[in-house]
Ligand binder design. Structure first.
Ligand SMILES: [Zn+2]
Ligand SMILES: [Zn+2]
Length: 116
């Protein structure tokens, strides 16, 4: 399993696509990515809120902003991470490639121990 992205593109205005250098493609809904923000503040928020468990809602987003959450820009941090500048002005989360690869929720990645 590779933690190095070969190509990062916008799949749609709501979805980011990362093709890893082992050929695997991961799709991430921006809203999910924003909710999964790994910064200390967001981790604390998830811990203390009642529904603190990280849950991805593919169909009915919890708190949809009128125009939807999306990054205004994406910055690469060295060779290991991405930083999203979200349109809600939050930008402290560093999304390491390893973290992103772990977040992949495609069928192949959701099955534990099913490495190819
Ligand atoms: Zn955060
Ligand atoms: Zn996957």
């Amino acid at each position: 399993m590779s933690n190095k992205p070969a190509r990062i593109t916008e799949f749609s205005d709501k979805v980011l696509s990362i093709v890893w250098d082992d050929g695997h493609e991961s799709l991430y809904i921006y809203e999910d990515l924003r909710q999964a923000c790994p910064c200390a503040t967001c981790r604390q928020e998830r811990k203390t809120s009642k529904n603190g468990r990280l849950r991805f809602k593919k169909t009915i987003p919890l708190r949809t902003k009128p125009d939807g959450i999306k990054p205004m820009s994406v910055e690469s941090i060295g060779q290991y991470a991405l930083k999203f500048h979200w349109n809600d002005k939050h930008d402290t989360g560093i999304y390491s490639f390893e973290f992103l690869r772990d977040l992949c929720s495609c069928e192949a990645c959701s099955v534990p121990g099913e490495e190819v």
